[in-house]
Design a protein around this ligand. Structure first.
Ligand SMILES: NC(=O)C1=CN([C@@H]2O[C@H](COP(=O)(O)OP(=O)(O)OC[C@H]3O[C@@H](n4cnc5c(N)ncnc54)[C@H](O)[C@@H]3O)[C@@H](O)[C@H]2O)C=CC1
Ligand SMILES: O=C(O)C1=N[C@H](C(=O)O)C[C@H](O)C1
Length: 267
């Protein structure tokens, strides 16, 4: 019989963490061995509202969790301030991190990749796990070859801590691989209100909308002579991310470096 993949979920009570706990518990070849939370140390997850029947010890101290248990993969869905630290703890304990948490800088990614390779451990940082969002990014990269004037509008719920979203940054990075830096708009334009033109990524503007009622949405709008092209993706619930999380866990077990972005896994 195949050994189950032993998984710890960090951030189990969050929007994403709840779905991840459910997905891991319902996946035949996955086993939820513990959760790392910001409270409830020493309790069992099954005692916490919403997790009835899901048996897993709760730790606050990730290091202690990895010292006490045999763990293959950490799924981290916490907050931008903790993603990097959690990955370092995972690597130090021989655990492969699969991280949806946003907020990584370019240098974070290259330094973490060096640790992954030194340890020979697979790791995935995915700014967006939804397959449709990966396709949106790939289609946008293709479109930018032909239509280099582009602006990104991302919309999220108003509990989101970071702006612009990890997905918007990743989209801009993918576009910048095929598009030379380009100032857009009128050369003499001014902002009458600071921020009116959005964030500037190599001349590409990124606009972040935060509203209750939204989940995760992004439009990439291209403009050319007499035409526009809009590529849009909507996640209307967090279940939309789970097939990607599952694929990332399976993939992290087969590689020995850090992969940034599921577009490298879904060819
Ligand atoms: N890659 C992807 O597809 C997606 C990524 N995200 C990202 O995932 C992260 C979490 O998003 P949400 O679930 O919406 O946030 P949330 O705020 O609903 O949940 C975060 C949870 O993490 C817990 N937490 C915070 N610090 C912690 C720590 N040090 N140790 C353990 N637990 C800790 C909080 O108590 C909370 O329960 C964000 O960075 C978000 O941008 C969100 C949706 C999709
Ligand atoms: O915070 C969220 O909700 C999301 N965060 C990720 C991001 O910053 O791109 C992924 C998705 O957009 C939802």
């Amino acid at each position: 019989m195949m050994n189950k993949v032993k998984i710890v979920v960090a951030g189990p009570r969050g929007n994403m963490g709840k779905e991840a706990v459910k997905m891991v518990s319902e996946t035949e070849h996955f086993s939820l061995v513990a959760v790392v939370d910001s409270k409830h140390e020493g309790m069992n997850l099954s005692e916490i509202e919403g997790f009835h029947g899901i048996d897993a010890p709760v730790y606050i101290d990730m290091q202690k969790c990895f010292e006490e248990l045999d763990v293959d993969v950490l799924i981290d869905l916490t907050a931008p301030a903790f993603g990097r630290k959690h990955m370092e703890i995972a690597f130090a304990n021989g655990v492969r991190p699969v991280v949806g948490t946003t907020g990584f800088t370019d240098s974070d990614i290259s330094e973490l990749r060096a640790i992954a390779e030194e340890k020979g451990l697979g790791a995935i940082i995915a700014p967006n796990f939804a397959i449709g969002a990966i396709l949106m990014m790939k289609f946008s990269q293709l479109a930018a070859k032909y239509l280099p004037d582009v602006e990104i509008i991302e919309q999220h719920h108003d509990r989101k801590l970071d702006a612009p979203s990890g997905t918007a940054i990743k989209t801009a990075q993918l576009i910048s691989e095929v598009r030379a830096e380009k100032a857009q708009g009128h050369p003499n334009e001014t902002e009458e209100l600071q921020g009116a033109r959005g964030a500037d990524f190599e001349g590409m503007r990124i606009h972040s909308v935060r509203l209750p009622g939204r989940v995760a949405h992004q439009e990439v709008i291209f403009g050319g002579e007499g035409q526009t092209l809009t590529i849009r993706h909507d996640s209307i619930n967090r279940a939309s991310f789970m097939p990607g999380v599952k694929l990332a866990v399976e993939s992290a077990l087969k590689i020995d470096t850090l992969v940034y972005g599921l577009e490298h896994i879904i060819e």
